[in-house]
Design a protein around this ligand. Structure first.
Ligand code: SPV
Ligand code: MG
Length: 290
């Protein structure tokens, strides 16, 4: 079964899939071991990893390189965050070919202008594309995919841009008309009410995707009660968790004047060896090194 088919099957079986952001093969391996259904090749996470803002500064090549490295070390389906699609509908055609070839099961394309501004920043200049132009991008993605199970997810930033629920519903419907398989509705409100209200007002069969970064109180139980959200993406939790651990550990090493205390609280190297599949290397050494 292709990873894309696997993702669709899992959604049908469980009603809701849990997708963890990955910014590296190591984070992908850890997400797979933890039991997530898939991985989010997050633009925010990769930008943070490079120490730059999530504002179209990471190139498609950089994102694809990391995605290929991730795909090489996990069996989980990958949902790629391709931001605005790297240009117009023609660029989207090129992007879909590249991402599908790289082993992606789904892409999310957002209806902002290029260069995009990261969604959650206070006072962000959020400009949306004309609806017809974005419909062209979605239609181009759908027409380009080779695997019919490959998901084209249209993301509207209407709520992020402060345009209100009616505009968000209008845009989401237009993107369904253009062929989107799912709609990602994003919000930066701390209160999940905005998302719950959209979900209740959404009367199309096409299911919804959410990224509860700003509104963490919307847990899986509440999401399931809404009935039409099939995918939850934990969009920046990997890089924030990693940065939290590094910040604390590095601070303690400076404060303690050495590693005499922190070494007990971090992964032993043997665990890193396990994640690196050192046992396979040992077996290959015994078999082939002569
Ligand atoms: C990402 O993880 O890159 C996202 C989610 O797009 S957010 O940063 O909340 O917009
Ligand atoms: Mg993103």
């Amino acid at each position: 079964m292709s990873p894309a088919k696997q993702l669709r099957a899992r959604m049908a079986d469980t009603g809701l899939v849990h997708i963890m952001a990955a910014h590296s093969p190591l984070s992908a391996i850890l997400a797979e071991e933890a039991g997530f259904d898939g991985l989010w090749a997050s633009g925010f996470e990769l930008s943070a990893l490079y120490g730059v803002a999530d504002m179209s500064m990471i190139s498609m090549t950089q994102h694809l390189d990391m995605l290929r490295a991730i795909a090489g070390r996990t069996t989980l389906p990958i949902v790629a965050d391709i931001d605005t699609g790297y240009g117009n509908a023609i660029n989207v055609i090129h992007a879909i070919r590249e991402y599908e070839r790289a082993g992606t099961s789904a892409v999310v394309i957002e209806d902002k202008t290029f260069p995009k501004v990261t969604s959650l920043v206070a006072g962000g200049r959020q400009q949306l594309l004309r609806i017809e132009e974005f419909q062209g991008k979605i239609a181009a993605a759908v027409a380009t995919r080779q695997d019919p199970d490959f998901l084209v997810i249209a993301r509207t930033e209407a709520l992020i841009a402060g345009l209100g629920e009616a505009e968000a519903l209008h845009r989401a419907s237009a993107y369904v008309d253009a062929g989107a398989d799912m709609i990602l509705i994003h919000s930066k409100e701390k209160d999940p009410l905005e998302i719950e209200s959209f979900s209740r007002a959404w009367n199309k069969l096409v299911p919804l995707v959410i990224v509860p970064n700003a509104y963490p109180d919307l847990d899986a139980e509440r999401v399931k009660a809404l009935g039409n959200i099939r995918m939850m993406i934990y969009g920046n939790y990997g890089v924030r968790a990693a940065a939290t651990a590094m910040q604390e550990t590095f601070r303690r090493i400076i404060a303690d004047g050495g590693v005499q205390n922190v070494h007990k609280d971090i992964l032993p190297v043997e665990e890193v060896f396990r994640l690196q599949r050192m046992d396979e290397i040992k077996a290959a050494e015994a078999r082939f090194l002569r």
